[in-house]
Design a binder for this molecule. Sequence first.
Ligand code: CO
Length: 504
Amino acid sequence: MSFLGERATLPNPELDANLDANLASYELQDWRKGYDSLRTEHDYWIDEIIGEIPAELSGTLFRNGPGLLEIGGQPVHHPFDGDGMICAFSFGEGRAHFRNRFVRTQAFLEEEAAGKILYRGVFGTAKPGGWLANAFDLRLKNIANTNVLYWGDKLLALWEAAEPHRLDPATLETLGLDYLDGVISPGGAFAAHPRIDPACELDDGAPCLVNFSLKAGLSTTITIYEFAPSGQILRQHAHSVPGFAFMHDFAITPNYCIFFQAPMSFNPLPFLMGFKGAGQCLQPRLSQPTQVIVIPRNGGKAQQIPVESGFVFHHANAFEQDGLLYVDSVCYGGFPSIDAGEDYREVRFERLDPGQLWRFKLNLATPSAERELLESRCCEFPVLHPDYVGRPYRYVYLGAADRPTGNAPLQGVVKLDLQTGERQLWSAAPRGFAGEPIFVPRPGSDAEDDGWLLLLIFNAELERSELVILNAQDLSEPLAKLRLKHHVPYGLHGSFTPERFGVE
Ligand code: CO
């Protein structure tokens, strides 16, 4: 299996027809319907349930993702530019309640009042009026659409390039920007991928939340933040690394924070001139290595180790064992971007590099790196049992394509046993489309895979979404499918808290 992969090939209608007829496990028009906006805000008990909700499943699943994919009849250029909408599923006593609400960011309210796009999107959405209307408008729209997390008695909607928005966890009402009790300043950033260390050695075994912010330029400043369960800041330190960096996620171990800096350059000219969004001005330089940046959590000096080139959005996990550092990450051969003239709804999946799960074995002493392919099936959004974050672990779950080879939309979930190499796949193909699974441990159990996977599926046949509950030990048949009264556009990330919000 080639990591750098076969590059995108020239158009070949015959090949395309073959792929469509014989290989595709889905219809593009089905997939596309999952990117229609959801304009209505709902609040109801889910009453269409196939199977049974486990009685022990108690707590709230929060999910975030773009809910509004067009404004005033103008579609956004990339779903990453869509306004954040939060969904909350509250579970308890075998029942489930659903609620969704948009994050009422300043830009959302302004654009809603104006009935048109007023801000440029990072991923290419432009204001009406062509490049002249967009040139030199460098205002960023904080769209709060990437993740949502309950920590320190606050529910926070996250978007990596700006401040978090605080929400009421019961009603999902937007309370405003949150500066984390003064840890970040107005205009500051806070990444959308916090990691929770389940038992922090620096805090006598208490859990702590680790996150970062980036300030990218000719060199990049990475600031690490660690917070107590109360929300209070425990540690904060900044590190400068050479070169431009676009890093969406990181991984932690008890002693380290680990980042993958892909070889990218940033040419801001087309952005300044109004031709492109800032995110479209990133150019991969695949002839150069990716730098793994290892930052000690105690604030010590950062170290860099080159590995083969590739692009990582998400890391599954990292751990320390026998003096080595292991990092498991979903890697792409190239940087997936949507150019100015293209429509993401017409994407040819089979022409893009699939995400695949790789293991990197790093020796900080030499320093050197080796890598090994763990899963070649196209996959994304890796998750695991929360008690194993940063520790040696056995099971990882990922959103996965239905077919074992090639690039395709996610249609199910794959469970990988890293000890035996055994795999289980549950797929909603041909008419179901998946995203990030969330693992919820069964209360009182200490088996690593004893729990449930919660997976939101877009059912194109019904044009509605359903929350699928799978037994994480045996994915063969869902325990329950909770049918919503409407669809939910494909989301990004979410989290589960054992606290039950939004129901009396
Ligand atoms: Co992400």
